[in-house]
Ligand binder design. Structure first.
Ligand SMILES: Cc1cc2nc3c(=O)[nH]c(=O)nc-3n(C[C@H](O)[C@H](O)[C@H](O)COP(=O)(O)OP(=O)(O)OC[C@H]3O[C@@H](n4cnc5c(N)ncnc54)[C@H](O)[C@@H]3O)c2cc1C
Length: 483
């Protein structure tokens, strides 16, 4: 099949009977794309698929499959050179910019993980029960069919002081209940799966909290299954897309990805979909040993660069609109956004140009700049949102809705909400976008998301310190001291 169009994605989604629970409604049938809370965002996702077929983007977004000859998404390209890594980056940039960096689960994110795991398939083969071919076959399956994946890693947040096997309820975190000729049987829950209800497949990957003990073995697995697998349910939070217009809720009405708790009611995972079973030590190594973490962070760094470009554009239009650009502190805050953008770009460029083959021969971006990016951005994005709040001030609350602006309040809006550069209606349009970026429930979720996107920043900082080679710098100081 190769790279899909938006219409093909929607048709396949509507063929699946994905079980979704949201705001008291239980949906068990097909036609997920018409569930009110998802109607808009699935169309945004369909638009991403369509971009792959734009004549001037086709060569950026897709490449020729080495097996079928079909055009397949660039995020599956197994890079053999620096040039291949930058080709991957260029494709990621198209989607990231199209969505202003607001979507965290565009297909290229999980595709990058599976691409890297397949490149390191032999590593999976070293496990006691090796599933190397499963990883290779799965990669080929999703590449050739251009499937949209989400993933779920984290165990329920019941009691973090003890491991999964010591929780009050013995079936809390998703665990292996049984193994039989057909596969493994999973019961329990995982937190969370963004876009779970409208993805084709879910990667159920190891959490990084596993201890290498027998107690953790039932919680140690990596597999992938279709989102309509019997027994699998998605229990969603409430939606921030209230079905309002793009004028009123410019971001939420397009980019509300939804987050869902994933419940496994004795889900049978066929053996051919298992990548690791019952081996905590192997699970703990998946992201680092295969370099999946590096390729995923390449996508994340590309996305946050696009998001920061958007933030700079927004801050610039907003300060211009209300004539505050000449104030010193406004310049200082705008400079903070520029510095953030240039930092993103520098880290990304350094990662791409510094790519080298990993031990499986797959060209892989340089990890230190990407690791710095994933540690730095969770602290940076909330500050950027704060800058929009501080500069927007009351303008973020003096915000009639579309019905007012183009209805009875039209004259008031034109007179009282005019700005230095914009007519009333356009100024409200701009400020509603600023509000949805820094204050709305959608905006609050974005700040939380950026903070925890790649895991707990506290523990990521610990991992950065532990893995960073500081010896040359210690030596520098030692030499100075001894001179
Ligand atoms: C909007 C959103 C979308 C998400 N989407 C997905 C998704 O699609 N797929 C997915 O797999 N996950 C997703 N997540 C989950 C995300 O991966 C986690 O939020 C992140 O890994 C942190 O884990 P936690 O939320 O369980 O926090 P916890 O681990 O419960 O931490 C809570 C607090 O306790 C502290 N803490 C806990 N344990 C320790 C410790 N051992 N040492 C030091 N401090 C500790 C933390 O620093 C933190 O402040 C999403 C999260 C959000 C917010």
């Amino acid at each position: 099949m190769g790279a899909r169009t938006g219409a093909e994605y929607l048709a396949a989604l509507d063929d699946r009977a994905i079980r979704v629970e949201i705001e008291g409604q239980v949906y068990t049938g097909s036609n997920v794309s018409s569930i009110p809370q998802f109607r808009n965002v699935v169309r945004t996702y369909a638009g991403l698929f369509d971009l792959q077929h734009e004549p001037d983007l086709r060569d950026v977004m897709t490449y020729e499959s080495p097996t079928s000859g079909e055009r397949v998404p660039m995020s599956f390209l197994q890079p053999e050179s620096v040039e291949d890594v930058t080709r991957r980056g260029a494709a990621m940039r198209v989607w990231a910019r199209h969505a202003l960096g607001q979507l965290g689960r565009t297909g290229d994110y999980c595709n990058s993980a599976v691409m890297a795991m397949a490149g390191a398939a032999d590593w999976f083969g070293q496990a006691e029960r090796g599933f190397a071919d499963n990883v290779r076959n799965y990669y080929e399956h999703i590449r050739e069919n251009d499937l949209l994946l989400t993933h779920t890693l984290v165990l329920p947040q019941a009691n973090r002081a003890v491991g999964p096997s010591q929780q009050r309820n013995q079936v809390l975190a998703a665990r292996i209940m049984d193994e039989n000729d057909n596969g493994i049987v999973i019961r329990g829950a995982r937190i969370l799966a963004t876009i779970g209800p409208f993805a084709d497949e879910i990667l159920v990957m190891p959490s990084t909290v596993l201890k290498g003990t027998a107690d953790d073995a039932p919680y140690s697995f990596a597999f992938a299954i279709p989102c309509d697998t019997p027994g699998l349910r998605f229990l969603c939070r409430e939606s921030f897309d209230l079905g309002r217009s793009t004028f009123d809720h410019p971001l939420a009405s397009r980019f509300e990805e939804i987050d869902a708790i994933v419940v496994f009611d004795d889900v049978l995972v066929p053996w051919e979909r298992c990548f690791v079973v019952g081996e905590p030590e192997v699970c703990n190594g998946i992201y680092t040993e295969t370099t999946a973490a590096v390729h995923m962070t390449h996508q994340v760094a590309t996305r946050v660069t696009a998001k920061t470009e958007y933030m700079l554009g927004l801050v610039s239009l907003l300060t211009e609109a209300i004539g505050i650009e000449q104030f010193q502190h406004v310049g200082e805050k705008t400079a903070e956004v520029i510095v953030a953008l240039e930092t993103c770009r520098a880290l990304l460029a350094s990662a791409e140009s510094g790519s080298t083959p990993n031990r499986f021969g797959l060209h892989t971006p340089a990890w230190p700049p990407l690791n710095a990016c994933r540690n730095w951005y969770p602290r940076t994005f909330p500050r950027l949102a704060e800058i929009v709040r501080q500069l927007g001030a009351s303008g973020l609350m003096a915000l009639p809705t579309e019905a007012d602006v183009f209805g009875p309040a039209q004259d008031d809006v034109e007179r009282y909400l005019q700005s230095a550069t914009l007519e009333g209606a356009d100024r409200v349009r701009l400020f509603r976008l600023a509000w949805d970026t820094c204050l709305s429930s959608f905006a609050g979720r974005q700040s939380l998301y950026e903070h925890f996107f790649f895991g707990d920043p506290v523990r990521m900082a610990g991992a950065l310190v532990a893995s960073y080679d500081r010896e040359p710098y210690k030596e520098l100081v030692r030499e100075f001291l001894s001179s």
